[in-house]
Design a protein around this ligand. Structure first.
Ligand code: FAD
Length: 406
């Protein structure tokens, strides 16, 4: 098969990969993005995914600057307050705590958007991008060479480029081809995701009930509807999946203690094993990792895709800068810079989410005591609370350019 030369290849067209491809093509790159799931997007028959994604302001600004925001805005729900409630039954009980975005300024923490809406908007945008070729094929081979990376698709077509962006998910073939190793771990937890209606308004408050098996999180959607991410042990999750809507509603109602009134209209349920993964390097040998190829986190604190979009934005920014200077966009200096910058963002967040999740699971007494004391302090010290909220978000100066305020 004839090999086609590109400026960049993006392998994997999930939300992180499609974003990277769109950003590169906006910078004038000739890009190919390959994913076998494009067939489904084209036929508008994606897999029924009931997850919603809470995107923080940096990610929202990226969507605004790329013209994607108007395509998702009508389904996006502002998140003004994040409430944490200790339902572990452990001593000492931590006080309930509200983190309100109004304490920081006049914009919400971010917006909650159904994942199929995000994917459809990215797909629609990508199809219109000049210089972006979308191929509905899987890569069967990836080879990193000194001057280029080569991929061979299932249909035999071959492409090569100086830079490959690996967005092919947690079991990435491209990551292996670059010789990048990963650390993986499991938690003996399953996350159920579904959406439901309720009789009382959610008032744009997201509530995370901290329970022994894991968090039970309600995230506001449009109208009197919310999304639920419910983390349980795998056998309990299996039992819950087998219940009818009436039985499941009763248990949900019990966990929420009537907060949202009468529940109804449950969507189908999706189940995700809760696992962790972090790449030991985020780029090497002309391959840069973005999204779940680089990091997988438990669904706590809305970190996963927010990190993935920051990966995509940074690699596009660095590649575009190299191109403007007439430099090689896959050169070792560039991949080293990407690796170094992403480390500062990914490592502390992965560690914090891991710690929070394990502290719920194992109920280490000093940790429970510290958490209770910490939340008491935060409740009574607005300045400390503001500092913690600011650190939970990402400072403007640490964001890729396209995600910054001005
Ligand atoms: C219950 C739950 C709730 C969550 N909530 C949030 C939230 O509120 N906020 C947040 O930021 N994150 C959240 N996340 C995380 C978020 O869902 C993920 O980070 C995100 O969906 C991952 O996107 P991705 O593009 O990195 O990977 P994927 O969507 O997995 O994309 C990988 C793509 O690569 C393709 N592929 C694989 N192999 C090949 C190959 N050989 N050739 C070509 N293509 C290939 C696949 O077909 C796939 O489309 C949540 C996760 C869960 C489980």
């Amino acid at each position: 098969m004839i090999e086609t030369l590109q400026d960049a290849i993006v392998l994997g067209g999930g939300p992180a990969g499609l974003t990277a491809a769109i950003l590169l093509s906006r910078e004038g790159f000739d890009v190919i993005c390959a994913d076998p799931l494009f067939k489904r997007l084209e036929a508008k028959t994606p897999y029924e995914d009931n997850r919603t994604i809470a995107l923080l302001q940096g990610a929202i600004r990226l969507l605004q600057h790329t013209g994607i925001w108007p395509l998702v805005e009508v389904e996006a729900t502002p998140l003004w307050t994040m409430r944490v409630e200790d339902e572990t039954g452990r001593w000492p009980k931590a006080p309930a705590m509200n983190f309100n975005a109004r304490e920081l300024g006049d914009e919400p923490f971010g917006y909650n958007i159904p994942i199929p809406v995000i994917t459809a908007a990215l797909w629609k945008t990508a199809k219109k991008c000049k210089g972006l070729k979308l191929v509905s094929e899987s890569a069967s081979e990836v080879e990193s060479k000194s001057q280029a990376v080569e991929i061979t698709l299932e249909d035999g077509r071959t492409y090569s480029a100086p830079l490959l962006i690996a967005a092919d998910g947690r079991n990435s073939r491209a990551r292996g081809a670059a010789g990048i190793k990963v650390n993986r771990w499991t938690y003996n937890q399953t996350a159920l995701a579904l959406t439901f209606s309720h009789s009382r308004p959610h008032k744009n408050i997201s509530v995370e009930y901290h329970r022994k098996p894991g968090p039970f999180t309600i995230i506001p959607m449009q109208g009197n509807r919310s999304a639920l991410v419910w983390v349980e042990t795998p056998p309990e999750a299996k039992r819950l999946l087998g219940l009818d809507d009436h039985e499941l509603t009763g248990i949900m109602q019990h966990h929420m203690r009537g907060r949202l009134g009468k529940l109804s209209g449950l969507s189908a349920r999706n189940a995700f094993p809760v696992t962790g993964l972090t790449a030991r390097e985020y780029a090497a040998n002309r391959v840069a990792l973005v999204g779940e190829t680089a990091h997988v986190l438990p669904p706590i604190g809305a970190q996963g895709l927010n990190l993935g979009l920051r990966d995509a934005a940074l690699i596009a920014e660095l590649a575009a800068r190299a191109r403007r200077r007439g430099d090689d966009p896959g050169a070792p200096e560039l991949t080293r810079e990407y690796d170094r910058k992403r480390r500062f963002d990914i490592f502390p967040r992965t560690a914090a989410v891991d710690f929070l999740n394990r502290s719920l699971l194992f109920g280490i007494p000093p940790v429970q005591g510290l958490r209770a004391a910490g939340l008491c302090l935060l409740k009574n010290m607005p300045s400390l609370r503001r500092t913690i909220m600011q650190q939970g978000l990402v400072e403007d100066k640490d964001l890729p350019q396209i995600m910054r305020r001005a």
